[in-house]
Design a protein around this ligand. Structure first.
Ligand code: PRP
Length: 184
């Protein structure tokens, strides 16, 4: 862990702030989806910790399923190129689907995902994003549940990675520039 921490410039959102906000989102979603048995669709990999905590913050019946989508590779810049690496196991026709994302940056990934999922005719389709960077948006998106709006900085931790590292940090931190600027 120390090797990871030395590349963190500063903590942007603490573990306590994250847990408090996830509990608030859980209460709000539980109220909004009462009796609807929603399916929480976790977008891997970054969404895995948020999904785990959000699911435990819900007080209602719900399902979980997972999709893996690649937009970044190991680069720090969104390419807009989206590939489905793993599709859902669940038939979402007639289901109330809530997409659970760690971060929305340009919006390209979500725009693609929404289009792909609407064809499957869910009863409803909404978005819950822990983090959003409004300054970076290239595609207009309505995000139904937002954890935090953040500035345009390279953030890691709580599921978010750089080249697969830092996902296990319990807070959202800003990565030191030298930690990624010299990387291929
Ligand atoms: C991140 C994030 C979103 C996407 C957002 O995933 O989880 O899926 O990028 O970026 P966009 O709004 O610019 O499209 P990433 O491709 O880094 O994969 P990972 O979750 O497996 O780390």
């Amino acid at each position: 862990m120390n090797a990871l921490l030395q590349n963190v410039d500063r903590v942007l959102i603490s573990q306590e702030e994250l847990q408090k906000r996830v509990r608030e989102l859980g209460a709000q979603i539980s109220a909004d989806y009462h009796d609807l048995n929603p399916l929480l669709l976790c977008v891997l990999k970054g969404g895995f910790l948020f999904l785990a905590d959000l699911s435990r913050a819900l007080t209602i019946r719900h399902g979980v399923d997972f999709m893996a989508i690649s937009s970044y590779g190991n680069s720090t810049v969104s390419s807009g190129v989206v590939r489905i690496l793993k599709d859902l196991d669940t038939d979402i026709s007639g289901r109330h689907v809530l997409i659970v994302e760690d971060i929305i940056d340009t919006g390209n990934t979500l725009a693609y995902l929404l289009e792909n999922l609407r064809v499957r005719q869910p009863a409803s389709l909404r978005i819950c994003a822990l983090l959003t960077k409004p300054a970076r948006r290239q595609v207009p998106l309505h995000i139904d549940y937002v954890g935090f709006e953040i500035p345009d900085e390279f953030v890691i931790g709580y599921g978010l990675d750089f080249a697969e590292d830092y996902r296990n940090l319990p807070f959202i931190g800003v990565l030191k520039r030298e930690a990624y600027a010299s990387s291929p």
